[in-house]
Write a protein that binds this ligand. Structure first.
Ligand code: GLC
Length: 632
């Protein structure tokens, strides 16, 4: 049962596709005090959801802020990452789903200030709230997913292995990656291009010094069944003579300040302007630009920096430098030192800047801060609309960094700039179900970690989770250790895990399609299924993938195994690389399972079977019909 409440005059986010009729009166179970809603939680209540964020599957005991943020440090104390996913479910004696449809800032205090209290505070005066009642968490997820519409489906090849790195600077670099994979007999389907391919970080350009014949390189790689996937950034370089800038200026398609002048910010190219994706004509215009690259044979993109991330605004940069000048000839002690550092740090992604520019929408001029959480969504929607026109439905790969619920119909997301930290394997595992609840099914993490230096063992263990994620991509930051699997002595071990990915794809792909078409979870917490089992409900480091298998990756360095909880009897299938070396029936309860660096343990549920394909060098080579089955 879904109830919809409307407050003030909300901006239509288009998150919901089938709006139920509006309810009058108060929201049941919740107390209202101004724009704050509160709920009294029982001690045992679990709060699932909020999509992409830090901390647990159970979100209780922390504060979260819905505000798309360029956050490069995913540490425990943070409250926001790149997505704004305002949906959660209270799972206790009463089971309730709650969705705040509002494109501005929303704060969730889930038992942080008071362990028994849940507070939701909404900054905008106009918003909608959806309250969903159901007999189980799963039924509420299904109801919600019906409300928000069917999730994005990429082409099959997008389930293959992808290799990325910020720093592949030239055609030679690209071909070296191809060679690294092929010479080492490693399967691969995609190589990603980061900002390095562009001419001076200008969207929809290719640096012709680095790529003498981009089109033919793309086509040569495609002959080898490898797709090249370039990045597109939100900011457009300010440069007379650069057609994207010139056309946007001529048509008034960039965001403007209070005085009606283009709002100038700093991103990769330095001075840049922000396309106004909330202006329908501007969005259509920017979307059409992707054709420059599809005409060269490109079939997939990743959209970045679309929170939008701001290194500075021209105005705020001037103010900071003036402020810093004051310290030049002074004795800089403790507080002055802090103040100087703060001034520099606050230059990026500053709220004052987000409040200083405007969008031209169907509803008139709107301040960015009131619709901030829609920026990445609308950028990506402009791209997907265009790619659907050019390449056709389900024929393009697209994922974005920033997102809002509703964008899940147009593209996937990746989990952003994680680090080569062991704790981030677990963080990425926990994010998957929260994202699935909000409709984001095509998702994955930067395997190996984006920031800092990875190690062979960390990458192997991360792959043991990555094998099960819909988006499989190894990506790393400029300046960090090179982390393609062939950079390591243990290349044989990597080969085994990569081959296993392809062997599992018939199961994983079917599970993916099933979760999209039937609004199911792809990766589910055990507590969604074993609803009366307290140990299952508190288990935060295992997942069900589809309805047949459970995974329990090792995420601690130097561990030779881990504790695994089995809510029911299951069959342990131990893979060494892509080959099964052991099958063993295991009773329900708490177990310790040994698992070497080159092994993956899968737990098969009773009366289920796991299909396995033969190994393949790419998705196109995969035989989806020639399968063997492991049964239990
Ligand atoms: C952002 C992205 C990262 C990318 C980098 C350079 O930090 O999140 O994936 O490599 O920008 O484009």
């Amino acid at each position: 049962m879904i109830k919809r409440f409307v407050f003030g005059k909300p901006f239509d986010t288009e998150a919901i596709i089938n709006k139920p009729k509006q309810e009058e009166g108060n929201i049941p179970y919740f107390e209202k005090n101004g724009n704050t809603f509160s709920y009294e939680m029982d001690d045992k209540d679990i709060v699932w959801g909020l999509g992409e964020n830090v901390r647990g599957m159970n979100k209780r005991g922390h504060k979260y802020t819905s505000w798309c943020s360029d956050e490069f440090e995913h540490s425990e104390e943070k409250q926001s990452l790149y997505g704004a996913h305002n949906f959660f479910i209270i799972d206790g004696k009463t089971k309730l789903g709650f969705f705040v449809d509002c494109p501005g800032r929303v704060d969730f205090d889930i038992g942080d200030t008071e362990y028994s209290k849940l507070y939701i505070t909404i900054e905008n005066s106009g918003f909608e709230i959806y309250l969903l009642e159901g007999s189980s968490v799963i039924s509420i997820v299904k109801e919600f997913r019906q409300l928000i519409g069917t999730s994005y489906i990429p082409p099959k090849w997008a389930f293959g292995i992808g290799q990325s790195r910020w720093g592949y600077g030239s055609e030679e670099d690209l071909l070296k990656v191809q060679e690294g994979y092929r010479k080492n007999n490693l399967p691969v389907d995609m190589i990603y291009l980061d900002i390095d391919y562009m001419d001076n970080f200008k969207d929809f350009t290719v640096d012709s010094n680095k790529y003498r014949d981009f089109k033919s390189t793309i086509s040569k790689l495609k002959e080898d069944k490898i797709r090249v996937i370039p990045i597109i950034d939100a900011g457009v370089k300010v440069e007379d003579g650069y057609s994207v800038y010139d056309e946007g200026i001529k048509n008034g398609f960039f965001c403007k300040d209070k005085e009606g002048k283009e709002f100038i910010v700093g991103v990769w190219p330095g001075k840049s302007v922000l396309p106004d994706f909330l202006n329908k004509a501007a969005a259509r215009w920017f979307g059409d630009k992707y054709k420059v690259l599809t005409d060269m044979g490109i079939e997939g993109f990743w959209n970045d920096m679309n929170e939008p991330a701001l290194f500075y605004s021209e105005k705020n940069k001037q103010e900071v430098f003036e402020h810093l000048a004051e310290y030049k000839d002074t004795n800089v002690g403790l507080y002055a030192n802090f103040a100087m550092k703060d001034a520099v740090n606050l230059m990026a992604n500053n709220l004052k800047d987000y409040k200083s520019f405007y969008h031209e929408t169907d509803k008139g001029k709107i301040c960015h801060a009131d619709v901030h959480n829609l920026y990445g969504y609308k950028m990506t929607k402009s791209a997907s609309d265009s790619l659907e026109r050019i390449l056709g439905k389900e024929k393009y790969l697209l994922f974005s960094r920033a997102s809002y619920i509703g964008m899940h119909r147009s593209s996937g997301i990746w989990m952003g700039d994680n680090k080569s930290w062991w704790s981030h394997i677990l963080l990425n595992l926990k994010m998957l179900p929260s994202l699935n609840m909000c409709g984001f099914i095509y998702t994955g993490a930067d395997l190996g970690g984006f920031g800092s230096d990875t190690t062979e063992d960390l990458l192997l263990r991360w792959y043991a989770l990555g094998v099960f994620l819909p988006l499989f991509r190894n990506h790393s930051c400029l300046g960090s250790r090179e982390q393609e699997p062939y950079q390591f002595k243990a290349v044989d071990k990597f080969r085994g895990l990569l081959n296993l990915r392809y062997r599992l794809l018939p199961y994983l792909y079917e599970t993916f399609i099933d979760s999209v078409k039937n609004n199911e979870m792809y990766g589910s917490p055990l507590g969604f299924v074993w609803t009366d089992d307290e140990d299952a409900k508190r288990c935060e480091d295992q997942l069900l993938i589809g309805d047949s298998i459970m995974i329990a990756p090792v995420y601690e360095q130097n561990a030779t195994g881990r504790h695994v909880y089995l809510p029911e009897e299951m069959k342990l299938i131990r893979f060494k690389g892509s080959e099964i070396i052991e099958e063993e029936l295991m009773g329900a309860g708490h177990n310790y399972i040994h698992c070497n660096l080159d092994e993956i343990c899968i737990f098969l549920r009773k009366n289920k079977k796991l299909p396995l394909a033969k190994e393949a060098a790419s998705i196109e080579d995969l035989d989806w019909k020639d399968l063997t089955y492991i049964e239990y």
